[in-house]
Design a protein around this ligand. Structure first.
Ligand code: KG4
Ligand code: ZN
Length: 351
């Protein structure tokens, strides 16, 4: 079965073709991606209307590219999958509209996919796919969740953020440091030459006894600390501070976020008794997080799985993959009712 997948929930347009064979893990034939990051950078964040318009411009050329790279024709596609939510309503409507138009024109069924399920199942696209059950740490720009995953569609929420997501904590702190949007990767780069112990920043909810997260207070602490540094240095811009101080605050911020993610993941593994951890979502690309999770899990005899680095952030491959796995599991059938809707808010555990 050939599944064409379209992702357009935020600021990346992604298209991919996945093939499934019986019960085997589906394989990726081709994927193409256009990131809008540069376009949104001038505004310091995603501008929803610009995002929607750009998805419109990119989605068909990317689809042609995927068809050409996979060596398949549109007529061979069995199911057209798209991200139904969560995400920006206008952006989601582009992918949903194009998928349903393609489905209707080809006489093929369509399937709306949950974006986070895409992230969650994205490690199945790697050469070392996980086995169920596992604990999943989902860390993206909009979500921070720990889930127990017993199979496709069998998701139990163990804990989640009560305010900002981990990616948001990275991005908002990076913005305070004068770094471009999205600041997560840039903050992490700046942190490389910094001392993670230079500034004592809070580890919110570290000892809360549950698996919930909170990152809003950390962002405020970074703001207060940076203001202190500006006053002490007699400058008005963070980037006018000595390079070492900038790197130290970046490293201290990253250390606070990573420590909370690490400790809560370990608690989730202990509570569930599971010996497998899957890390997915954009923040899963963070090198420090990977280093520390790898070290801690090795000590505990836990196997950790990540998506390939280039598939950590949004892409079409994970959407085609999630659709193929849902269909394969018999959980869902694709439909020929093309009256689509999108779900900008859609909790994963409601699936
Ligand atoms: O999963 P994703 O592409 O989009 C959402 O579904 O939200 O995640 C994007 C988030 C952004 O907040 C970005 O700053 C963060 O992932 N991110 C990183 C790194 N790469 C991406 N954060 C920290 N370190 C990184 N290397
Ligand atoms: Zn995402």
């Amino acid at each position: 079965m050939l599944v064409l997948g379209i992702e357009s929930s935020c600021d990346e347009t992604g298209v991919a073709m996945v093939q499934s064979h019986g019960d085997a893990v589906p394989t990726l034939l081709a994927h193409a991606l256009h990131s809008q990051i540069e376009m949104h950078q001038a505004f310091g964040g995603v501008v929803p209307e610009l995002a929607s318009r750009d998805h419109i411009r990119r989605v068909l050329p990317l689809t042609r590219q995927v068809l050409s790279e996979s060596g398949r024709s549109l007529q061979e596609v069995d199911v057209v999958a798209y991200t139904r939510g969560p995400g920006l309503a206008g952006a989601l409507l582009v992918g949903a509209g194009v998928a349903c138009a393609l489905g209707a024109a080809l006489g093929k069924p369509v399937l709306g996919v949950h974006h986070l399920e895409g992230h969650l199942l994205s490690p199945f696209l790697s050469e070392d796919p996980p086995e169920f059950p596992f604990v999943a740490l989902l860390v993206s720009g909009g979500h921070t969740q720990l889930m127990r995953v017993d199979g496709v569609g069998r998701y139990e929420l163990l804990g989640e953020t009560i305010d900002d997501a981990a990616g948001e904590a990275f991005d908002k702190s990076a913005k305070l440091m004068g770094l471009a949007y999205p600041g997560g990767p840039l903050l992490s780069k700046l942190a490389e030459s910094g001392d993670p112990k230079a500034y004592a920043l809070p580890r919110p909810l570290l000892h809360s006894g549950n698996l919930d997260f909170s990152f809003a207070g950390l962002k405020t602490a970074v703001l207060v600390q940076s203001q202190r540094m500006l006053a002490a240095g007699g400058v008005t811009r963070f980037q006018a501070l000595p390079a070492q101080q900038q790197a130290d605050l970046a490293a201290s911020t990253q250390a606070a976020i990573v420590e909370v993610l690490l400790k809560k993941s370990v608690t989730a593994l202990k509570q569930t008794g599971l010996k497998r951890l899957v890390v997915a979502g954009g923040v899963g690309a963070n090198r420090k997080l990977r280093e520390q999770l790898n070290a801690e899990c090795a000590k505990r005899g836990v196997r950790v799985h990540y998506p390939e680095l280039h598939l950590c952030t949004d892409n079409g491959a994970m959407i085609a993959m999630a659709a193929a796995m849902r269909l394969q599991s018999g959980l869902q059938t694709a439909v020929t009712d093309y009256a689509f809707d999108v779900k900008p808010r859609w909790p994963l555990h409601s699936l």
